[in-house]
Design a protein around this ligand. Structure first.
Ligand SMILES: [Zn+2]
Ligand SMILES: [Zn+2]
Length: 120
């Protein structure tokens, strides 16, 4: 479960302080490291912000994504190397056609994923 409210609060404080203090920066960095570790991500803050926006709107889907993430980690689901739509070898994300079936996904690159969502 992602604690969005708390995360947002932390960001607000972080930007207020302008991150001028090195010890603060270190603390913040550590927090992010742990957050990323817990959520299996290692991306920019902007991206994270996007995810959290989305997570706030779709709490049910967050659960589904978590389930999928665990399945991939445990090897239950094999994540391919290339996009199932365009064949590009890049970072892929699982697209759910049906969120009631959390482990049935299509693996798409970010642009195909965007297209897929735009088309429906
Ligand atoms: Zn693609
Ligand atoms: Zn999708």
């Amino acid at each position: 479960m992602i604690d969005i409210q708390r995360q947002r609060e932390i960001w607000r404080k972080a930007s207020k302080k302008k991150r001028e203090k090195p010890e603060y920066k270190a603390k913040e960095y550590k927090y992010y490291q742990e957050w990323y570790k817990k959520n299996g991500r290692n991306r920019s803050d902007d991206y994270l912000e996007c995810i959290l926006e989305w997570a706030q709107e779709h709490p049910d889907r967050v659960k589904v994504m978590g389930k999928l993430g665990r399945a991939v980690k445990s090897g239950k689901i094999k994540k391919p190397k290339t996009c199932e739509n365009c064949g590009r070898e890049t970072r892929l994300s699982g697209h759910h056609e049906d969120y009631s079936r959390p482990l049935e996904v299509i693996w798409l690159c970010s642009s195909c994923h965007k297209l897929r969502h735009g088309a429906t």
